[in-house]
Design a protein around this ligand. Structure first.
Ligand SMILES: Cc1cc2nc3c(=O)[nH]c(=O)nc-3n(C[C@H](O)[C@H](O)[C@H](O)COP(=O)(O)OP(=O)(O)OC[C@H]3O[C@@H](n4cnc5c(N)ncnc54)[C@H](O)[C@@H]3O)c2cc1C
Length: 633
């Protein structure tokens, strides 16, 4: 699908859902703006009308420009939050609360862009300003009214990143006594920050999430320390199982500012991505404290300051930042099941995150508990090394072939074809962000239906081997599963064939009953002899890190991290509209969560960094629609 086709697809499926025609003649305020004009004209007229209504503070006139079933997704510009307003009632409520402060102006088609029309949907990149920021966004019009609106903050006025014409000089021309070199200045900063001078922000966790956010904060001149218990940047990837390569392709994985070179492999091997992160940390001049573990953090409501106790080089250091970001990884807190007999099992047993690789298990017997990504990768690597391996599948798994996912799921935005057709990473991210979560599954279902049709024989063979398949609760496939629960799938890079042909043995629909000294007993009574048991049983919520590092009370106050409230498996309702607690204010002042896959880390680090910068500069940041907490960790 080309980007244009994607939009057409979005439009087509929306018009099936509802018919807005009965409203289109009723509103007088926009009659003059929908004359028979080219898309640019229609879009500009709408933007002018919006501009006038908003500048005049006329909320009702502005609301009249929206479809009843509209979606306005705001990334920080109006709401100082990450928030989707669904329907005109919510748009009205938000504007009543935020319009006077926000003072938006200069709405227009983005410089150098044109509006386009496909199947009755007019869409365009747009730009606008608020009193304190410049914004960029995307708008889709249906029947002459706004159907989807994305507004994102690009930069804070007066606090722009030093880029392009504004890049630093580097050299200081002229003559100066006792001048310091760049290296000396960096060394001086490294020596004082966290000791004689406090950072404004501490990021706990120096995986790719902490690193991407650190890079953005560096450009915004927000003094920041990243603390990471591993020794070197990239170690969180290096320490994963030996055979791991990224499951997402390179076009989806770029970091901010510094894209991978054009010869970078499609699926990056884990040690290579580790090296890239290490290089990135260095060249982006991050204050990265490796081999430093955060032990405890507490917030003083009076001084609005955190006390963060870290262990660095065997010594305790106390940091006093104003803002604390937990970037400790959503796939980092292992879920280890408790089975009877684990204490008497004589072989090796470990969680998938601790699995060293297959080398020492040649000609031995392994049982892998679980059937998602890690389980498949580990089983395949064990089989390749000559290990007799059995996968134990308790419940259904969504499996999708990597090439089908790339071609049908991602290619329109993240692929070489997309690049060739002029798609940039930033635009791809924004198009993705412009699709409202509430209806995203509706666009995903046809994609996975097409994949099921295309790979029907493959799925039949897997089922014949006894593998229990699902396609998501509502058949919306992998990406929705990821956003809703962050688990429950395998992107097939080869292991499924081994399952289908019996090379990887499979026991499905059963659980582990207990372990004996040299075997695993399943609930159906099967006894599997084992020298190795791998628990590929996934990871716990980032909320658990808040409990460990801060307190159970604060963890409960902020509630569950991740998920949309879709009322599907492992993502209980009510509907939240955005991912819980991610990249936005939480119920605990000055506490933030950052992470996700490489795409999310790249994209949302921009909006989190701007929220932090605004606070540092004392720019008022009244949060609209702070999320309520419906679930504990
Ligand atoms: C097997 C596997 C395959 C994956 N494949 C992909 C993929 O293809 N593409 C993709 O985008 N994502 C993938 N992911 C998801 C992956 O977890 C994330 O992309 C990435 O690792 C998340 O980065 P992060 O920085 O948020 O978390 P992490 O990389 O987990 O980093 C968190 C860091 O926090 C540190 N930390 C935790 N507690 C403390 C403490 N108290 N003090 C100091 N440091 C602490 C940890 O040491 C760790 O380095 C995969 C995950 C797994 C497990």
């Amino acid at each position: 699908m080309t980007p244009r086709e994607l939009i057409a697809f979005v439009g087509a499926s929306a018009s099936v859902r509802r018919n807005e025609k009965e409203r289109s003649s009723a509103i007088g305020t926009r009659e003059d703006i929908m004359l028979d004009k080219a898309p640019d004209g229609k879009m500009s007229d709408l933007l002018n009308a919006l501009d006038k209504a908003l500048s005049a503070g006329e909320v009702e006139r502005a609301v009249d420009l929206f479809q009843t079933d509209c979606y306005w997704r705001d990334l920080v510009t109006f709401t100082w939050n990450i928030k989707t307003m669904e329907g005109t009632e919510q748009v009205r409520d938000m504007l009543k609360a935020r319009l006077a402060d926000t003072k938006p102006s200069n709405w227009k088609i983005a410089d150098g862009e044109d509006a386009s029309e496909t199947d009755g949907i007019i869409e365009s990149w747009i730009q606008f300003e608020t009193e304190v920021a410049r914004g960029f966004g995307h708008m889709r019009l249906k029947d002459g009214r706004i159907w989807t609106l994305l507004t994102t903050m690009s930069e804070l006025k007066g606090h722009e990143e030093p880029l392009g014409f504004d890049r630093p000089m580097g050299a200081k021309h002229g003559a100066e006594r006792n001048r310091k070199t760049w290296k000396e200045e960096r060394e001086a900063e490294a020596a004082e920050l966290g000791y004689s001078r406090q950072p404004y922000c501490v990021i706990v966790g120096g995986g790719q999430g902490g690193i991407a956010l650190g890079a953005r904060l560096r450009q915004l001149n927000v003094p920041t320390i990243i603390v990471e218990k591993n020794e070197r940047p990239g170690d969180s990837w290096r320490k994963r199982y030996k055979s791991l390569c990224l499951h997402d392709p390179v076009w989806y994985d770029h970091l901010p500012y510094l894209p991978f070179p054009r010869n970078w492999p499609v699926f990056s091997p884990k040690d290579k991505i580790g090296d890239w992160l290490e290089m990135y940390t260095k060249v982006m001049e991050l204050n990265y404290w490796g081999a430093t573990e955060c032990k405890k953090a507490s917030y003083d409501q009076k001084s609005c300051e955190w006390t963060v106790i870290v262990q660095r080089d065997g010594k305790e250091v106390v940091l006093k930042p104003k803002q604390l970001v937990l970037a400790t990884g959503m796939s980092a807190k292992p879920n280890i099941p408790k089975f009877e007999g684990m204490d008497i099992f004589k072989g090796d047993q470990h969680h998938s995150s601790q699995h060293p690789g297959p080398d020492k298990y040649k000609n031995k017997k392994a049982v892998v508990i679980g059937s998602n990504n890690s389980a498949h990768d580990i089983c395949a690597a064990l089989w390749e090394a000559g290990v007799d391996v059995t996968m134990v599948q308790r419940s259904t798994t969504h499996v999708v072939k990597s090439d089908s996912l790339m071609e049908l799921g991602l290619a329109s935005l993240y692929s070489e074809q997309a690049v060739q057709s002029g798609m940039t990473t930033a635009k791809a991210d924004l198009i993705f962000a412009s699709l409202p979560y509430k209806i995203l599954h509706e666009f995903q279902i046809p994609v996975y239906n097409a994949i099921r049709e295309r790979d029907a024989d493959y799925y039949k063979r897997l089922e014949k081997a006894g593998f229990l398949l699902d396609y998501g609760d509502d058949d919306s496939g992998l990406f929705m599963k990821y956003l809703r629960r962050g688990s429950g799938y395998y992107i097939d890079v080869g292991a499924s064939e081994l399952v289908a042909n019996g090379s990887i043995k499979l026991k499905s629909g059963v659980d582990v009953k207990k372990l004996k000294e040299h075997s695993v007993i399943l609930t159906d009574g099967t006894e599997l002899p084992a020298d190795l048991v791998v628990y590929a049983t996934g990871y716990g919520s980032m909320n658990g890190f808040a409990a460990d590092l801060i307190s159970r009370e604060v963890a409960d106050k902020v509630g569950k991290v991740w998920g949309l409230g879709s009322n599907t498996t492992k993502d209980p309702g009510p509907w939240e509209g955005e991912q819980r607690n991610m990249w936005k204010p939480t119920q605990q002042d000055a506490l933030w969560f950052h992470g996700g896959n490489l795409h999310q880390s790249r994209h949302y680090s921009q909006f989190l960094s701007l929220q932090l910068k605004a606070r540092m500069e004392g720019i008022p940041t009244p949060v609209y629609g702070l999320q309520e907490v419906h679930h504990l960790g």
